[in-house]
Ligand binder design. Structure first.
Ligand code: LMR
Length: 438
């Protein structure tokens, strides 16, 4: 039943549609008339930061890790894996359209089987109900699943939390989906808006796609509790929503990737019981393995049965091939070496990740301690988790921080806290304390 729903549009119809939209496209503007596009809301911050000559400048824009001296790092386990690759790699052949089988199995085992701890996930793997494809990191996986849903799913509507990662809406719109916000966060209270979250989901049409952040919600850092997830999952069942989970920061909540997947475990259980027969997960190793520019991630679709998996895998390949043919191999091979028992690198990586998260928690605490609390409550900073604090500063205050102190953050008041270290935390706290005075 569900299979026909998911694979609704017959292939023939789809091709006819594409031809029609091609012939209807607007005539090409002259190149001299193409308007300037605005800078990217997140990556544009880094561009502006580079051009600032203030020696005290601080970049709190992009969600990418920096160490205590303000420098990007390569995880030592990743370096070790690269050394092994340098010695052992004998070819640079294309990988499969959907990546190597080994990479796919690693992702399945790591996330769904939870390396032996999730019996439900294991059952789904054994029943061939998970289709995994390597993608061009998290953004690539979001785009692939959005294209897939646009082509095959019964509803174009995708519900995204307000606020959400600045790129989500653009990815979904460009793929032809129709994003709409559901309530998530109450800025005036600097807190989750759980009652309205439920109400706004309940008011949406059945079968909508709903985007859920698995952990370390971007940008707010505020996650649902286990009990709150249960309530939301009940609404998802009642409304027959299709859950699409984005997991960019696995490990950044607790320091332990195996602990940060409570939502996935709940979903694998519901999938096994056929209460939520299908869902999809976008993940990447960009943050938790520091493989940012290697563009290493995946899309996994949990399907109703093995036959559906076969069809869905074939359609995913058909969809990916005309876009980028096949994914890059260096990052995925690093992942493969780290997860290879013979390399012994897995425990090392887990330890390194734990330390990275430990430093983020330290700077979060230090910043909190130095902020002026006489007229302002900063307690929300300590409730948030992951790479960001969502300060609650207004766009004007953020602009002031930038103009007067060369402190760069996104307009919504999100600070990527890895840009904070012991050399600049006093300067930053002082700048914020001055800005909130007026
Ligand atoms: C972020 O939110 O800063 C990161 O996910 C980087 C990006 O691509 O936007």
């Amino acid at each position: 039943m569900y299979k026909t729903q998911l694979l609704k549009a017959p292939q023939f119809k789809q091709q006819a549609l594409n031809l029609r939209s091609l012939s209807q496209s607007a005539p090409c503007k002259k190149f001299g008339e193409i308007p300037l596009a605005p800078p990217d809301k997140i990556l544009g911050i880094s561009e502006a930061y580079v051009n600032d000559s203030n020696p005290n400048k601080i970049n709190l824009g992009v969600g990418a890790y920096r160490d205590n001296s303000g420098k990007p790092i390569i995880f030592p386990s990743v370096k070790e894996a690269e050394k092994i690759l340098l010695q052992k790699e004998t070819e640079k052949e294309y990988t499969g359209i959907n990546g190597s089988k080994n990479f796919q199995n690693i992702v399945k085992n790591f996330i769904f089987n939870n390396s032996g701890k999730d019996a439900n996930g294991k059952q789904l793997i054994d029943d061939n109900r998970i289709v995994t494809a390597q993608t061009i990191s998290g953004t690539g996986s979001l785009r692939v699943i959005a294209d897939f849903l646009n082509r095959f799913y019964s509803s174009k509507k995708i519900l995204v939390p307000k606020p959400t990662w600045a790129n989500h809406v653009a990815v979904f719109k460009d793929a032809g989906l129709e994003p709409e916000f559901y309530a998530y966060y109450e800025t005036s209270k600097n807190d989750l808006d759980f009652d309205n979250l439920k109400k706004s989901l309940e008011s949406q049409p059945n079968e909508s796609v709903v985007l859920l952040h698995a952990c370390c919600h971007n940008p707010t850092g505020m996650d649902l509790t286990n009990e709150q997830w249960d309530e939301v999952l009940q609404i998802i069942q009642d409304k027959k929503f299709f859950p699409l989970v984005d997991m960019a920061y696995q490990g950044f909540a607790s320091g332990k990737p195996f602990q940060d997947i409570e939502l996935i475990r709940k979903l694998t259980k519901l999938a096994n019981e056929n209460k939520i027969p299908s869902f999809a997960l976008c993940q990447s190793f960009a943050k938790n393995m520091g493989l940012y520019g290697e563009r290493t991630g995946s899309i996994s679709i949990i399907t109703p049965n093995a036959d559906a998996s076969k069809a869905i895998e074939s359609q995913l390949k058909k969809l990916i091939r005309p876009i980028y043919s096949s994914p890059p191999i260096h990052g995925s091979k690093i992942v493969e070496v780290i997860f290879d028992e013979q390399s012994g690198l897995l425990p090392q990586w887990l330890e390194e990740l734990d330390k990275v998260v430990g430093r983020l928690n330290d700077v979060r605490q230090k910043l909190y301690e130095k902020l002026d609390k006489s007229n302002y409550n900063w307690d929300h900073l300590l409730k948030q988790r992951g790479m960001f604090v969502y300060t609650g500063l207004t766009p004007e205050q953020v602009q002031k921080l930038r103009n007067e102190y060369s402190v760069y953050a996104t307009e919504d008041g999100r600070f990527s806290i890895s840009g904070i270290n012991e050399n600049n935390v006093d300067y930053l706290a002082n700048a914020i304390n001055e800005v909130i005075k007026n």
